[in-house]
Design a protein around this ligand. Structure first.
Ligand code: MLT
Length: 332
């Protein structure tokens, strides 16, 4: 009778040992995280606003984590190509995604997405929030927002507005301008507003509604014209510019907000480590000074962690779902 129980007992002991080894292996793998370079996917071209924010964070977080953070610009389809790449990557903390309002808008604009916007990502943290500025090439013979609105109305068949693809922040801003004014203009799609801004400065396109992050230095350098901001209040850095609402566009508001994500299934200790490194970046004086230059702000410290990120994404999916339908924009 005793002998019959022996193999059973032995196998239980061995099974227990295997479990202990497996768990301690997993724990030490997580303790060791990160043990190799991390990729941070930016869904737009290098040199643009998302890229600028990513590079600043990447530098600071790589110092904290003791591993290089390599920026990979995976542009295309309004920012959904990069998001798809991140969603499909291994959930081990070695692939991060920085994304913005377009991650939310894409859920409505692209019915055949290769990922589930609300369920395929875990939030690490909310990064920054700031307005867009409606700008134009220097040669456009318009000097203020009233003139710009009039110009768009009367030249709707020839005016060109840049964007970073359907669903990008610049595209959403253009969409609201057109639906509010009841016109349809020609939009020129780029892989990001970095190259779109180059073309605006070069005079190849007429207008661009871009994040202050990317537009500020050009406005201050006098290489482009600026007409209005898309926030509900004026910006300290561009006090002379009215808001779109002041300019007579009722309810007009577009805010950019970046957040950091990892694929769903990433272990909690890894998320916690990344979140702590992100929070550390927010104490970096270099980052705070650059954000101030860009006219972009941090989210409140008590409401920018992993849970707040998921909640913000869900509320923005809802907000832009309604706004896109109200604007009468047809999903592709
Ligand atoms: C970019 O980095 O190019 C932007 O974030 C694009 C946009 O959303 O307009």
């Amino acid at each position: 009778r005793q002998r019959r129980h022996m193999p059973n007992l032995m196998s239980r002991v061995l099974f227990g040992l295997a479990l202990v080894l497996a768990f301690s292996g997993r724990a030490s793998a997580q303790e060791a995280y990160p043990s190799r370079p991390i990729t941070l996917i930016v869904s737009y071209a290098a040199g643009g606003p998302s890229d600028s924010i990513a590079r600043l964070l990447g530098e600071s977080m790589s110092t904290t984590l003791g591993q290089q953070i390599v920026i990979e610009n995976v542009a295309g389809a309004g920012g959904t190509t990069g998001a798809a790449r991140a969603a499909k990557s291994e959930a081990n903390g070695y692939t991060l995604l920085i994304h913005h309002v377009a991650l939310a808008a894409g859920a409505t604009l692209y019915p055949k997405l290769a990922y589930d916007t609300l369920n395929d990502f875990e939030g690490i943290g909310l990064v920054n929030s700031g307005p867009f500025v409606l700008t134009a090439k220097k040669g456009l013979e318009v000097s203020d927002i009233k003139g710009a609105i009039e110009y768009i109305r009367t030249n709707k068949d020839k005016v060109t507005m840049g964007n970073a693809g359907v669903g990008s922040g610049s595209h959403l801003c253009n969409m609201l301008i057109q639906s509010t004014l009841g016109v349809k203009v020609s939009e020129v799609a780029y892989r990001g507003t970095g190259p779109a801004m180059n073309d605006l400065v070069g005079g190849q396109i007429d207008m661009l509604c871009d994040q202050s992050t990317n537009a500020m230095s050009q406005i201050q350098g006098g290489t482009i014209k600026a007409f209005a901001v898309t926030s509900t209040t004026r910006m300290d850095q561009l006090k002379d510019l009215p808001t779109m609402q002041e300019a007579g566009l009722p309810g007009f508001e577009v805010t950019q907000w970046h957040a950091l994500y990892v694929p769903k299934g990433t272990p909690k200790p890894v998320i916690d480590k990344l979140h702590a490194a992100l929070e550390k970046a927010f104490t970096d004086q270099k980052i705070l000074a650059r954000f101030a230059d860009f006219g972009t702000v941090l989210f409140p410290a008590e409401a920018r962690g992993p849970a707040a990120t998921k909640a913000k994404l869900a509320s923005e999916v809802d907000k832009w779902g309604k706004a896109i339908k109200a604007a009468g924009f047809e999903p592709k």
